[in-house]
Design a protein. Structure first.
Ligand code: GLN
Ligand code: ZN
Length: 763
């Protein structure tokens, strides 16, 4: 038995990579300094792994921006607009700057070259740069970073295991520029991988890991065929010293067991955390003397593993197949924060329950010890620690929360009447003009506002003073909206740093780390809250700010909340209860806030769910199961109000093609969505489905500093009106305005109001 790893976070325990990158982009350090910082990080992470007893240290998991982008460069997949030209017109060598230009957009050869698209990496919150493939794509080995890293690791005395995304997943994640089948490119792509394997062999590498997370999805015949073809090709062409580990993760691959068991590879990694597969389906792999790497430590979460339970599960396989079994994290540790030891403010009880990337390596060491020396004193100690954790978890149970959940009835998930009747009640209560104009919630978060929050948090600003200052911001925000002519106002969210953190900090069951950062894309990191206990609301969270805003105006002020599904997805949720149960717990807490707002006279309440789609499983066959409970959790949060109270929801970065039925089932009275960039194409799904409730398609692309002109907005509104009856249309920006300045926001909103009024006159 061996313990191994699939990949380590590259960002650094103190986000050193982020800061080095940003310094480099600002021109404060040069490339040599950036590379030196990167090398220090790699060396530190390799050493941690070696110290934990990890065999075959993964190399190639490091990337300056994104590992998919590095691979694209390696394979010469560079968008033509980013191809720098030499003086003689020939293509220049690909450099680190080429990669940064592709990711961030830049001026290349005197012309503006837009960034390539960014997409979520499978079902994670990591975003990759989408490779752009031409029909006549030429693949060749064009970027050497990984070979240098192999040398760097060897120089430190490690035995490196290069890690690359496999050819099939690479193609699957790519975008075809034009009308052709990406799979046609496979035969041209494989020879470059062959050269890469040759180079690794020359460097004295034995194991090479090819990640094929695409195996977790349902694959059509031709994509399954591509998997067979690829790994047969490698078996036929690779140097005999090279061994291939095919790694799957983010879901089970039991449905492809027959296919993968037959592949001529030397090893197979399976994820035993995501999905429901067991190693049993892969016994044929073991019977053929291949390695089976068992992904038993969750690579995507922060919780300490029940090593004792895991040891029990894997013991018999190890007894039978000893040498052939590797114990590993379920997937690359890319999605875990780096080092729990950097947390100085967490209480000991919670800390006992946690393991970040570095601690996960130790868990593998301990697991290895447990299965090889089950009777040792150390093993006794490990087991008692596991028992202690379990006990602490059950002691924390909040019975009242479960009672409330148990007492829920169907009615708690239903509004009093159907939408048609609610619409009448709301029209009477709210008296809004046709094409009502609103915004999505946040207004510019100026440096002054961020300064206020910072001083308050650091205790430099007394609570009451802070409140006065924020109220002044709210007053200003209300006045500006009124004078611009917005119909449904918002308080502006100036008191919120982040739409999830703000609620997490006030809810029971949440905790926050100081340095629990994970990479989202490039130099951007997120620090998700931890949901470690049962969630409940001790006291109102938004009531004071909202009612204060309402007291300043006769127009309706829309209450602003984050929905249960989004709070869940953007947190590290506990694993000892079902996600569905956690979603309902949060749903009840938000419901309490909704009801309080209604009672305080707030007639419109928005429950944001921008992350609704993010929870979709990799396998389409599992979507419905997810959507069922996600919709219910939202409805639980929303359905405590009377007919006349109008519930809004908001979703951005979404397509709705396969989820429109679920979106309709959420039964929000109004949904606002991001549509301006797609020129309203995203509305088609709503039109085709005959979506019954009201919709606010975004007419202002808030990601851009450009101010939309009145005629652009009119044009978008007319397009929207072609698809959705005007009686059910709202007018609003794509998303919140917190990243924009007032100089941009005010004229944009003025134009929105002018375009809307003009259209109203024509009705
Ligand atoms: N209400 C939030 C805002 O306006 C919504 C943000 C989001 O959709 N991501 O900022
Ligand atoms: Zn949004």
């Amino acid at each position: 038995m061996k313990i191994t790893n699939l990949g380590f976070p590259r960002i650094g325990r103190d986000r050193e990579l982020k800061f080095a990158l940003e310094q480099y982009w600002r021109g404060e350090i040069d490339q040599a300094q950036l590379e030196a910082q990167a090398l220090t990080l790699k060396q530190t992470h390799w050493q941690w792994q070696a110290d934990a007893g990890i065999e075959f240290i993964p190399v190639g998991d490091f990337a300056y921006y994104d590992h998919v982008l590095t691979l694209s460069a390696m394979l010469n997949v560079i968008p033509a607009r980013h191809r720098q030209l030499n003086a003689d017109g020939t293509a220049a060598k690909i450099t680190l700057d080429t990669l940064f230009n592709i990711a961030r957009g830049a001026e290349v050869n005197g012309e503006q070259a837009s960034a390539s698209a960014m997409k979520k990496f499978f079902n994670t919150n990591y975003h990759y740069q989408v490779p752009e493939l031409e029909q006549d794509q030429v693949f060749e080995l064009a970027f050497e970073q990984i070979f240098e890293e192999v040398e760097q690791a060897k120089a430190c005395g490690h035995q490196p295991k290069p890690v690359l995304l496999g050819p099939v997943s690479f193609l699957a994640l790519s975008q075809a520029k034009g009308e052709f089948d990406k799979l046609q490119l496979l035969t041209k792509l494989l020879p470059v991988y062959e050269i890469i394997l040759q180079r690794f062999a020359e460097q004295g590498v034995t194991w090479v890991q090819f990640d094929e997370p695409i195996l977790a999805s349902e694959l059509s015949q031709s994509w399954q065929q591509a998997i067979s073809q690829t790994y047969q090709y490698f078996a036929d062409s690779k140097p005999s010293s090279i061994k291939v580990l095919l790694a799957s993760y983010y879901g089970d691959i039991q449905h492809h067991a027959q296919l993968v068991n037959q592949l001529p590879v030397e090893g197979l990694h399976i994820d035993l955390i995501a999905g429901n597969q067991t190693a049993a389906a892969f016994l044929p792999t073991l019977e053929q003397q291949k390695v089976l790497s068992l992904g038993v430590i969750n690579g995507r979460n922060v919780w300490a593993a029940d090593i004792d339970d895991i040891a029990e599960q894997v013991q018999s396989l190890i007894n039978d197949y000893d040498e052939q079994i590797w114990l590993a994290p379920s997937c690359s540790l890319l999605h875990s924060p780096v080092d729990l030891d950097a947390e100085t403010e967490l209480n000991d009880e919670l800390k006992l329950q946690l393991a970040f990337a570095k601690q996960k390596l130790n868990e593998l060491t301990e697991l290895g010890h447990l299965v090889t020396h089950p009777q040792s004193e150390r093993s006794q100690h490990i087991r008692s620690l596991c028992a202690k954790r379990k006990q602490a978890r059950s002691a924390r149970r909040n019975e009242a929360v479960y009672q409330r959940l148990d007492n829920l009835t169907e009615q708690d998930f239903e509004r009093g009447s159907a939408y048609k009747q609610r619409q009448v009640a709301q029209a009477n209560a709210l008296k809004l003009p046709s094409l009502p104009i609103t915004t999505i919630g946040s207004f510019p978060q100026t440096a002054a506002i961020r300064g206020l929050r910072r001083r308050w948090r650091q205790g430099e600003l007394a609570e009451l003073d802070y409140q006065q200052h924020i109220k002044a911001v709210i007053k200003d925000t209300i006045e500006r909206q009124s004078s611009i002519g917005i119909d449904v106002l918002v308080h502006g969210e100036s008191e919120r740093n982040d739409m999830v953190e703000y609620f997490g900090e006030q809810l029971e069951g949440f905790a926050f780390t100081q340095k629990g950062w994970v990479q989202s894309y490039g130099s951007r990191c997120v620090k998700p809250p931890l949901i470690y206990g049962d969630v409940s609301r001790a006291k109102p969270m938004t009531l004071d700010w909202t009612t204060y805003a309402q007291s300043l105006t006769d127009k309706p002020v829309k209450g602003m909340l984050t929905g249960p599904v989004t709070i869940l997805h953007w947190s590290f949720a506990r694993e000892d209860i079902e996600r569905e149960v956690i979603a309902n717990q949060i749903g009840l807490a938000i419901r309490d806030e909704v009801v309080d707002l209604e009672q305080a006279g707030i007639g419109i309440i928005q429950i944001d769910e921008p992350a609704f789609r993010e929870g979709l499983p990799i396998k389409q066959s599992e979507w419905q199961g997810y959507l069922d409970w996600a919709v219910k959790a939202f409805r639980l949060s929303a359905c405590g109000v009377e007919d006349k109270t109008q519930i809004h929801t908001h979703m951005c970065y979404s397509e709705f093609n396969h989820t429109i039925e679920a979106i309709a089932a959420m039964d929000a009275d109004v949904i606002t969505i991001e549509t301006s960039r797609s020129q309203m194409a995203l509305l088609d799904a709503f039109e085709d489905f005959a979506y019954p409730n009201e919709i606010g398609p975004g007419v202002y692309d808030i990601h851009s500093p450009n101010i939309p002109k009145q005629q652009d907005i009119t044009h978008l509104l007319q397009k929207a009106a072609d698809k959705i009856p005007v009686s059910r249309l709202w007018v609003n920006p794509d998303c919140g305005l917190k990243t924009r300045t007032w100089d941009e926001v005010e004229p944009a909103l003025v134009n929105i109001v002018a375009a809307t009024r003009e259209l109203r006159r024509q009705l």
